[in-house]
Design a protein around this ligand. Structure first.
Ligand SMILES: [Zn+2]
Ligand SMILES: [Zn+2]
Length: 368
């Protein structure tokens, strides 16, 4: 049996679709059949050509694309009878897998910080077991890789963004120490931003303020619980945006500002939105080689800058519980606005592009 997988061979060029033999899972491994895979902002950077060969060289065979998504168990390797929490699992069950594939052989993995693994590598295309990206018919989970059976009460429509967007922003808010009654600013109302709004409210934020350029996204942010939105076409300078945030926080500034756009200059802007003691969380700037200048004296009043990437696998069951608890309060099903067949992967990316254009897409899913 063969399956398809999407590969990037050259930055800024259309993706290729390649076919490989579907592997038999080794003992302890699991083969998933992908049911949906998200077009994440980080994938858009690759497609757009923001990544360069200088800072992130591509292997000659290319890289397997996609990390966010869900699937169902196609084949369980010998010895696998439960998920990572001991819940019985069988073929056909829906699964949330960890989108972090750590080495388990470094000091960071040893202490549990698998999302900061020192040997992290993007999956090379064309190497067994071939199905190492989620824009594919199948995904191979190596032995002991964390995965969890999805609770029956959760609909498929809300599962797609859980293991990148939701996990990443939740970890960022937790690491910032977001507490009851605090003020939060979210820069960017895409798939990550919408999840960040709802999670910040669930964690007790008193006021959540969201900035974006696209009015449809800002309206959705309000449906997800944003108390105020700022359209940056209207507030079109950093100074006016900073002043607006100070007004909306009753003159005290934000406790947490989270960057989910991927523009380096937003760090300088976000630091000026913070209250003394506040934390700026950098998540969106995944492209290497970009720079921003900041005035370090502004940090002396207790302001922090922290970077955050992905999550520990132990967070995923908590997120599934969060969705069960909130699925009738928050319109999670509206995050995924468009679905495309895998064969139309390049069109899905063109439609999702927001950097120079308007788009109706908040999150696109590829459906094999
Ligand atoms: Zn992602
Ligand atoms: Zn590691």
């Amino acid at each position: 049996m063969k399956g398809r997988i999407v590969v990037v061979k050259e930055y800024g060029k259309p993706f290729d679709i390649e076919e490989y033999d579907v592997p038999e899972p080794e003992r302890g491994a699991v083969l998933l059949r992908m049911t949906q895979a998200g077009v994440c902002g980080s994938d858009l950077h690759t497609w757009r050509g923001d990544q360069t060969q200088e800072f992130m060289p591509l292997p000659p065979t290319g890289r397997a694309m996609g990390h966010e998504g869900t699937g169902v168990v196609e084949v369980l390797g010998d010895g696998v009878t439960t998920d990572t929490l001991g819940t019985p699992i069988k073929e056909g069950d829906r699964v949330m897998y960890s989108a972090v594939f750590p080495c388990h052989r470094c000091h960071l993995c040893l202490r549990g910080d698998t999302n900061w693994c020192a040997n992290r590598e993007y999956p090379t295309a064309g190497v067994w077991p071939y199905f190492t990206g989620t824009y594919a018919d199948f995904l191979y989970l190596p032995p002991r890789h964390a995965f969890f059976r999805v609770p029956d009460e959760l609909p498929d429509e809300i599962l797609g963004p859980v293991n990148c967007a939701l996990g990443t922003v939740t970890t960022g808010l937790q690491r910032a120490g977001l507490g009851e009654g605090e003020y939060v600013v979210i820069q960017g109302a895409g798939g990550l931003g919408l999840n960040a709004v709802a999670m910040a409210k669930d964690m007790g934020a008193h006021r959540v303020i969201v900035l974006d350029r696209l009015e449809n996204r800002l309206q959705l942010a309000e449906e997800f619980g944003a108390d105020y939105t700022i359209n940056i076409e209207e507030f079109n300078t950093p100074e006016t945006r900073i002043r607006r945030v100070w007004e909306l926080t009753n003159g005290r500034g934000a406790d947490v500002v989270m960057e989910l756009v991927g523009r380096a200059e937003l760090m300088a802007e976000g630091i000026d939105m913070l209250s003394n003691g506040g934390t700026f969380v950098e998540i969106g700037d995944i492209v290497r080689g970009r720079e921003v200048s900041i005035d370090p004296s502004k940090l002396l009043s207790g302001k922090s800058i922290l970077g955050s990437r992905m999550y520990r696998a132990s967070l995923l069951p908590t997120l599934l519980d969060y969705l069960v608890r909130n699925q009738h309060k928050v319109p999670f099903h509206k995050i995924v606005s468009h679905k495309y067949p895998l064969a139309e992967v390049n069109e899905a990316f063109a439609k999702s592009e927001w950097s120079q254009s308007q788009t109706e897409v908040t999150r696109a899913m590829l459906v094999p």
